[in-house]
Design a protein around this ligand. Structure first.
Ligand SMILES: C[S@@+](CC[C@H](N)C(=O)[O-])C[C@H]1O[C@@H](n2cnc3c(N)ncnc32)[C@H](O)[C@@H]1O
Ligand SMILES: [Zn+2]
Length: 296
């Protein structure tokens, strides 16, 4: 099991390196963060974060859905994007990791990888900590400076989650890559049969490229489309696990008689790889880059 790399995590109070001292992360100034019984470490201090993470209901729905294997083709695509044409990464960060499903796939494909799952939702991170016993799962708000050293991350995953442009650029190592998954218009079409759907704006992948312009260059973009045949319970999980679940009226819980047939649902993703622009391309000034929104 790989040990915590010595200069990877930084103390949220004083920015010194955090060391693993046996179920506790500690810096040389004596700031200490104990792992929860469920395995994650909460680095948020003070009042925590105003941002709403996924709720228990959403996390359960996500686990049920991901466990069904319907997003396995996406996970394979993410793993391929993370490793193809590059040396084996040593450190992978998943920002907005949720239950750690994609990072687990990457860790299985890259022996010796040290995975870092970061999310604001403790409930999600309980699952991630179970999935990633050889890594670390950190409660953190992605809109704050990330508790990771400059240039410390070889692969940064961002799957339907918020993107902090300046911070992502700061933590990427030379030669590192960012893998972003966004939904395309028509994603989850078919679920309207089960409950109200939020529409996906067009050109999300172009927005991602534009947001990182000047710091990262897009080196690969792949659209992944397929159809899922979902039993009604999984169709409801697919609805509840997404942003629609934050809205009233999402995913009616009863199924009228006669509407029990499986639902044909579209999966439409874009998987993008962005890499640090050449040395001259400039990570300089990245702190002033705008923060992008979330795909939720
Ligand atoms: C749609 S889910 C995707 C989770 C995971 N990437 C997946 O696809 O299974 C979005 C995730 O972003 C997390 N999140 C939302 N706002 C956040 C923030 N400010 N900081 C960190 N995580 C956040 C949520 O808790 C949730 O786990
Ligand atoms: Zn400290």
């Amino acid at each position: 099991m790989p040990a915590l790399p010595p200069h990877l995590l930084t103390c949220p109070v004083c920015t010194r390196a955090l060391q693993d001292v046996g179920r506790t992360l500690a810096c040389e100034h004596g700031h200490r963060f104990d792992a929860a019984r469920q395995g994650y470490v909460n680095l948020l201090t003070g009042k925590g974060s105003p941002f709403e993470g996924d709720t228990a209901e959403m996390v359960e729905a996500r686990e049920a859905f991901l466990g069904s294997g319907h997003y396995a083709p996406l996970r394979e695509s993410v793993v391929a994007a993370a490793v193809q044409g590059a040396g084996a990464p040593a450190v992978a960060l998943d920002a907005g990791a949720g239950t750690g499903y994609y990072l687990e796939g990457l860790a299985a494909a890259v022996p010796g990888l040290f995975p870092v799952a970061l999310d604001i939702s403790k409930i999600a991170l309980r699952r991630a900590a179970r999935r990633l016993p050889g890594g670390v799962s950190i409660v953190w708000d992605v809109w704050r400076p990330l508790p990771l050293a400059d240039s410390s991350v070889d692969v940064l995953l961002n799957v339907f989650a918020p993107r902090n442009v300046g911070e992502f650029v700061r933590v990427l190592a030379p030669g590192g890559r960012l893998v972003v998954v966004t939904p395309r218009p028509g994603h989850l079409a078919g679920l309207e049969e089960v409950g109200p759907l939020l529409s996906v704006p067009a050109q999300k992948a172009d927005d991602v490229r534009a947001a990182f312009h000047g710091a990262l260059v897009e080196t690969r973009r792949e659209d992944l489309d397929y159809t899922m045949t979902l039993p009604r319970d999984l169709a409801r999980s697919a609805l509840v696990m997404g942003p629609a679940a934050h809205h009233p009226g999402a995913a009616g819980t009863t199924t009228p008689d006669g509407q029990r047939a499986p639902v044909e649902v579209a999966a439409r993703f874009t998987v993008q790889v962005l890499a640090l622009a050449g040395r001259a391309g400039g990570v300089e000034g990245c702190g002033t880059l705008p923060a992008d929104g979330t795909d939720g």
